[in-house]
Design a protein around this ligand. Structure first.
Ligand code: PMP
Length: 449
């Protein structure tokens, strides 16, 4: 192969070249087939190669591919904003379109700060968050991210926004169980607010289910109710980062709906364009937009490709595809089926410590000792081993939770396209069991630890 000048995640590794994708499968140039049990990065929510999306792309391209947002609007962008307003709960009506999840959370952060400024309050500029969280890679988004591995190189440039523990029931720092724990991890927010001062805090941001940094860490029942009450009591906006959990991934448009909360601002990404085009959004409620509409009348952000007609046409087609095929209705059942099958693997393999998640966003945490929940040593690189063993077998799983020393263990996410069939789920489980068998053999041969 010719020399590659593409900066890939690991520059000393070979990556298969994908030729095409169809449904839940990807095929490389050598003809090897992969079952995409990760939807790439929890993104390809309606699978690969959907004809309807290609048609929508073509139709828009025939009309116009680019107009600049400060000069024009487009039918595609207007319709997409209307569709999102109709699908999201409450009065989350106002969309600001961007191109990635990081831009969406960062725009949400700026909207929150601007909200208070428009009300004449200029001290509220911090956006607090949780450890073991991931809100994106740009510096503003990274400031909110509690992923120590990704922060490490840039710490001098970052704000100290992560302040509280996540609702990590499998490794509860208080050694308690919900609901008798009284949601102490959520109540840590009270102490943080007292220490920092509510007058300095614009918002609190959280992923409903913690993805990339935690492996589908799912909160207990009243966790978010408690968080929202604390935010409201201190005049702090609540931002839900639904970049991974939104757009139907857990069976509802927003995962927040499972816990009966309506955020003030929501970040959407990944599944919104389902990988067919780069598109994400910060969606604000009427409450947040009111002082902005009455004040400066403009949200201070924007990118050249914001509200790109081509991307908006794709996202609209993806949302229509979800509706037309009633995809979301089956997600919780499919998630339940997969979860039951995964739990059977707990019985078979002692290194499977925990299975968790919501809808089709499932996490598996690995442990060296199931009784003591002792994680594998960091140097064993168990997450990476699992991902590459699975890939060898033709199964794509998403690495999560590695790299947060002393906080959590190795984990992977299972998040196939929402369109996956029962036969394909059976195949997924078989391939995963084969991966675990291979890992088990490595442990027995003394190679894993
Ligand atoms: N927020 C969450 C919850 C995410 O999972 C991610 C991506 N893993 C991001 C933000 C950042 O999105 P992007 O990679 O598109 O910038």
């Amino acid at each position: 192969m010719e020399k590659s000048y593409l900066i890939k995640p690991m520059l000393d590794e070979d990556y298969p070249v994908i030729d095409y994708g169809k449904g839940v499968y990807l095929f490389d140039m050598e003809g090897k087939k992969y079952l995409d049990a990760a939807s790439g990065a929890v993104t390809a929510n309606i699978g690969h190669g959907a004809a309807e999306i290609m048609e929508a792309m073509q139709e828009q391209a025939k009309k116009v591919s680019f107009v600049y947002r400060s000069q024009f609007t487009s039918g595609a962008a207007e319709k997409l904003a209307q569709k999102i307003a109709a699908l999201l709960p409450g009065d989350l009506n106002w969309s600001f379109f961007v191109n990635s999840g990081s831009e969406a959370t960062e725009t949400a952060m700026k909207m929150a700060i601007q909200y208070w400024q428009e009300k004449g309050i200029h001290t509220k500029t911090k956006v607090l968050s949780r450890w073991v969280s991931y809100h994106g890679i740009t510096l503003g988004a990274l400031s909110m991210s509690g992923h120590t591995g990704r922060r490490a190189r840039f710490v001098p440039l970052l704000e100290d926004f992560p302040v509280i523990n996540p609702p990590y029931c499998y490794r509860c720092p208080y050694n308690l169980t919900a609901p008798t724990c009284n949601y102490l991890c959520a109540r840590e927010l009270n102490q943080a607010i007292e220490r920092i001062g509510a007058e300095k805090i614009a918002a609190f941001i959280a992923e409903p289910v913690i993805g990339a940094s935690g492996g589908a860490i799912t909160p207990p029942k009243d966790y978010f109710k408690t968080i929202k009450e604390i935010c409201d009591a201190h005049d702090i906006l609540f931002i839900a980062d639904e970049v991974m959990t939104g757009s139907g991934r857990t069976g509802t448009m927003l995962a927040s709906e499972h816990w009966d909360i309506i955020p003030d601002i929501v970040a959407l990404g990944k599944g919104l364009g389902a990988g067919y085009a780069p598109i994400a959004a910060a969606v604000a409620s009427e409450k947040v937009m009111e002082p902005i509409l009455a004040g400066s009348k403009s949200v201070m952000s924007g990118h050249t490709l914001s509200a790109n007609p081509q991307s908006c046409a794709v996202a609209l087609a993806v949302l229509e595809y979800l509706e037309k095929n009633e995809i979301m209705r089956e997600v919780e059942n499919k998630g339940e089926y997969l979860r039951n099958e995964l739990e059977k693997l707990i019985a078979q393999y002692s290194f499977v410590g925990d299975v968790r998640g919501k809808g089709l966003l499932l996490g598996i945490e690995f442990v060296e000792d199931r009784i003591t929940k002792t994680p594998f040593p960091r140097h064993a690189l168990v997450t990476q081993q699992m991902v590459s063993l699975a890939k060898e077998k033709g199964l794509i799983v998403y690495p999560a939770g590695a790299g947060i020393d002393g906080v959590n263990g190795d984990s992977i996410i299972i998040s196939p396209p929402l369109t996956i069939t029962t036969n394909e789920m059976e195949e997924l489980i078989d391939l995963l069991a084969a991966t675990f068998e291979a890992f088990s053999n490595q442990i027995n041969a003394g190679m894993a630890g």
